[in-house]
Design a protein around this ligand. Sequence first.
Ligand code: GTP
Ligand code: MG
Length: 372
Amino acid sequence: TEGMNAQDLGKILHRSPAEIIKKLFMLGVMINQNQSLDKDTIELLATDYGIDAKEKVEVDVSDIDKMFEDEQNNTKHLVKRTPVVTVMGHVDHGKTTLLDKLRHSHVTEHEAGGITQEIGAYQVHYNDNLITFLDTPGHAAFTEMRARGANITDITVLVVAADDGVMPQTVEAIHHAQAAKTPIIVAVNKIDKPGANPDKVTEELAKYNLIPEDWGGDTIFVKISAKFGKNLDELLDMILLQAEMMELKANLDQNAAGSVVEARLDQGKGPVATVLVQQGTLHVGDPIVVGNTFGRVRTMTNENGRRIKTATPSTPVEITGLNEVPEAGDRFVVFDDEKTARAAGEARAKRAQDKERQKTSHVTLDNLFATM
Ligand code: GTP
Ligand code: MG
């Protein structure tokens, strides 16, 4: 803490330098922005914020984005994991039809009857493999994640209706996938329709550097009819082939980390979040920080509404037990103990509040002292 000034301290406490100066002013200590603060002053300030100064300065547990990265970059004990696939495309080109068809034809018999709820993410069993599909790409989560440069998708399936061709949202989807560097598999849909012209789709997509192998490119194209279930196995084969090439791996043994797909407030259950586990294994009872909220995983429910106790990477689950409703796209990280999780969650909530406040108050040194 040698040579720490208001700005440095502000960073640690997630407060603006002006706020630090104002706070100290109210505590009877007059400092300027660049002045190096002594230990007593720092402790005085920290105590006033209700923080143990030493602990707080040493570990910034509130930086879960960093923790998430660390967990992601952990390369120990890696095992193969299920691919996470997002289906994207223009309105009415058949995304939902495709997902519904896959879901009904490829979930196990025993699960099929159990489908009771839509959680926006689910898994398909195919030839002893699992594939995780994320539903409705218009999802707030995707917009959020894009904005944050985060990505939870391994592969994008781009659905283009053969009777309609490349449309604005098709192009948007291509840009998202390319920006996120996710491989694209093109599903040329509605080939059953009289007006279908798959070659025209291929021509149009060449402009976006999506060129099939038989045209000299390296993009996988599959001609399907989602409605009639035509060539869907071929599509799944191609997804698995692509996944195989990507050598997707994860570590099951570490604290879980992942992202929120969607979240809501349930009248009975309280805050409910559908999360995708991306690293480690999530357990019921885990102390967890999710975005700016925290809690302990009280219940975990799979896509079929069945209670489960653990969730491994690429598994979407609905969790309860959070203090507040997180946001789609938020990251989560599991902590070793509830006390730290709470501290991190509260620090993050405070930081978010401060950001909110700063947006409206525009505190500067000038107007600060003018109001005093
Ligand atoms: P949004 O969610 O609104 O973006 O649309 P979507 O892409 O999910 O399209 P959806 O699956 O709702 O399909 C739109 C319409 O196209 C529905 O009436 C489907 O029945 C029809 N449709 C989808 N796939 C096929 C197909 O392979 N062949 C034919 N003939 N119709 C299809
Ligand atoms: Mg749809």
